[in-house]
Design a protein around this ligand. Sequence first.
Ligand SMILES: [Zn+2]
Length: 307
Amino acid sequence: MKNKQYIIFYLISKGTPLVFMGGFGKWLQSIFTIFILAGTLFSCEGKKKNPTEQSNVVPVDVSAKGKTIMAVFAHPDDEIYIGPLMAKYAREGAKVQLVTVTDGRYGTGQTDLKPGDELTALRHEEVNCAADHMGIEKPIWMGYHDQLKLKDGFFGHVPYIQEIMVKLDSLVVDIEPDVIITWGPDGGSNHMDHRLVSASITQVYLSKSRVKPLSLYYVATPSSHIEDEDQRLLAGIADDYLTTQIAYSEEDRENTILAFQCYKTQFSDEAMKRMAGRLRSGDQKIYLRPVLKAKTKKDNLFIVDGE
Ligand SMILES: [Zn+2]
């Protein structure tokens, strides 16, 4: 592996995709083990508990026609995490609008390119290609700097993320979604961009009551799908929280696999094949946690909601 400022590659070890990220001159400066798609796309291969069986999901037939989903993620390719969900609802008549916040300029992945504009242009093409396969709207490319100017410290990063929040709010006003989907605090992989984008759109969502009802969901990997205890802590969400579970079709799954294959700058053929195999052997569900308001007001911390 070459010395690159920002490297993501997958190793499949014990059935778990590993992501190694390097930066700031030393490519192996930090290591994150992540479960991108594990449990959601890669799922449990039938050997772990199925949260559906535990939580008594009640099917309710509400048409997707005329509804709008806004998916907010940090990098081109992050959206694959909910690819089958987006393909499903687009197929059922919803407008599905992906918003990609950063330009992904450090994601040199499988390329020999240096971080920069040439790579950014390729990644922009890749996300458009993926959107075509999933049948969703052309993604909104916000084009903010990968890593969100974190290296510039407080005075570089904070005004930058504030600008992004203002822009995200204007996108919510323009798009008028019924539902927003992003990560929860785990950020899927604990990647700082993922977590900061999640926190930013969450703050935009929480900052005001809107005339049109708007729901926020965090996509997640059920803890029961993660065998390793440490990884469960870092990336899992207890199954009890994942009360929204979206089943999708084989067609949605295959369209997501095609979408994933657009990301040639990021993943080797071998990694793509492994991911497709895992997706095909999974339980064909995306798990989400709704961000809910309490139904009643209370004047005591120790009253449990619903009592
Ligand atoms: Zn990412």
